[in-house]
Design a protein around this ligand. Structure first.
Ligand SMILES: [Zn+2]
Length: 498
């Protein structure tokens, strides 16, 4: 067999993922980027942690191996969304990547999110790529980005290939990495000459309106796919992350053609024009929680999902607000499972009394949210400890398949008619295992209260009779009036009526 051009090339593969909610009070130290909340996998541990997983990193590893490259995996950091990344954490991750590149590198693959704000930088990914290019100006760089990326000029200018997820829930993380990685191989083999262009529109779309099977995001993603079928190397439309209050937050697109800049620009413009036409559909109008809860009792079929989208930990929520839980308790709904209140103190108290024993705990409400002038409201509840676990299980849903959930010490508080999962690390529920691993069978419940926006669909949609958004309290609320936007460029829709 002829030797591959890429044979023996040194490929640096790394993950640095964080969606920053600048309104979130949840701190983001280095340890948050660890798979277990303590150790951030570096070197061989990074490879071991994500090899064979349905992630961009996993795809890049497969691609580099298929091209007979030598792998260097300096770090794989992935933190649940929260407030600005601590400067030390950012330095630790970017130093690891840059040091590995300094040792000699022929190609770089990065599994990034694209909405990272640090204590001192508005654009964490753009700065990383700029720094890499200052070390190795001609280094070929391919990246994959989340659908909620806030794209910036620094990101596009300082890499060769960008491919974004085309799904929300994100069930194509591997696919996006594979797409990006394959284009890089073709570029290294001089089969293609990628011309990349990007643009954004003044639209602060709401996350709740970005599900890939819904209008308006669905048709936009289909259009991007059609451009790829029609000959573009890649077309990605990004909903953006509105709660990262930076200048370039919001909807954007990036397109890559094979040597034809005009073709890339035309597709980009058409995608963004279409997104702008949909702008009113990108706004979510929520009903008062009392109104919604009052109506769910009469629905037929089960389980009925109640989605507390205002406190979604995978968008920076504290996952300990109690408004939705209190509404469920006060309305006397029965046969309810709740996932989850993140409260390590309560878990420790439950652990101290043990499974099967009675306990009274002050649950949740331990975090204040100065950005929305909210003071935590714990609920004092009495019940029985139903189960206790270490909070780990392997994901079987398409989203991140094969990775390990690490909820930290966890348990279930059984109030009699309501079973409440209590966990120690922020975890948006998207896999049935989030409940099953704690001894709750979701298919047997009448109601399931989930602190989730859209990702629940990856595992729970298939069993749900109804999916009802409810508006609790938290820093992922869809009510823009709650937030004091200071940095996003203005005018921007819907903050301004343009
Ligand atoms: Zn996302």
């Amino acid at each position: 067999m002829a030797k591959l051009i890429t044979s023996g090339m040194r490929a640096v593969i790394a993950m640095m993922q964080h969606e920053t909610n600048t309104f979130s009070p949840v701190p983001t130290p280095f340890s948050r980027f660890g798979t277990n909340g303590i150790d951030v996998p570096c070197g061989n541990d990074a490879l071991k942690s994500f090899d064979g997983t349905g992630t961009g990193f996993g795809a890049f590893v497969d691609i580099a191996r298929s091209a007979d490259m030598e792998l260097a995996t300096p770090i794989a950091g992935n933190a649940a969304p929260s407030g600005p990344v601590e400067s030390e954490a950012y330095s630790a991750m970017t130093d690891a990547i840059c040091e590995s590149i300094s040792k000699g590198c022929d190609v770089c693959f990065l599994d990034l999110h694209g909405a990272m704000v640090t204590e001192s930088l508005a654009d964490g990914e753009g700065e990383l790529l700029r720094r890499i290019r200052s070390i190795a100006p001609d280094l070929p760089i391919a990246i994959s980005l989340d659908l909620h990326a806030n794209l910036t000029e620094a990101m596009v200018e300082n890499c060769d290939i960008i491919v974004g997820y085309k799904t929300y829930p994100h069930i194509d993380m591997y696919g996006a990495g594979e797409h990006s990685g394959r284009l890089m191989l073709r570029m290294l083999n001089s089969e293609i000459d990628p011309f990349m262009t990007w643009g954004n529109i003044p639209l602060l779309a709401q996350t709740l309106r970005m599900g890939h099977s819904d209008i308006p995001m669905g048709p936009l993603i289909d259009a991007a796919r059609n451009y790829e079928k029609g000959g573009l190397l890649a077309a990605s439309i990004f909903g953006g992350f509105p709660l990262a209050d930076i200048s370039e937050a919001g909807m954007s697109a990036v397109t890559i053609s094979n040597g034809d800049l005009q073709q890339a620009k035309d597709a980009r413009d058409a995608l963004l024009e279409s997104a702008w036409d949909y702008r009113h559909d990108f706004i979510f109008e929520s009903l008062p929680i009392k109104e919604t809860i009052g109506e769910v009792r009469n629905l037929s079929g089960s389980p009925i999902l109640l989605l507390d989208h205002a406190d979604n930990s995978a968008s920076g929520g504290t996952q300990d607000t109690t408004a939705a839980l209190a509404a469920v308790i006060n309305s006397n709904l029965e046969d309810v499972a709740v996932f989850a209140i993140c409260d390590p103190v309560a878990v420790a108290e439950m652990t101290a009394v043990g499974v099967g024993n009675e306990i009274t705990v002050s649950l949740g409400g331990k975090t204040d949210m100065p950005s929305i002038s909210h003071v935590g409201e714990p609920l004092v509840l009495s019940g029985k400890v139903h189960s206790l676990t270490d909070g780990s299980f392997q994901i079987t849903a398409e989203m991140g398949k094969g990775t390990w959930a690490a909820m930290g010490p966890s348990g279930v508080l059984d109030l009699g008619t309501i079973k409440i999962a209590v966990i120690s690390r922020h975890t948006e529920p998207f896999d049935l295992g989030h409940l099953q691993s704690l001894g709750i069978e979701p298919t047997q419940c009448r109601f399931i209260l989930l602190k989730s926006r859209i990702h629940y669909r990856a595992g729970f949609r298939a069993i749900a009779a109804h999916e009802i958004p409810i508006s609790g309290v938290g820093v992922t609320s869809s009510d823009n009036d709650l937030f004091d936007f200071k940095n996003v460029r203005r005018p921007i829709f819907p903050l301004d009526q343009i």
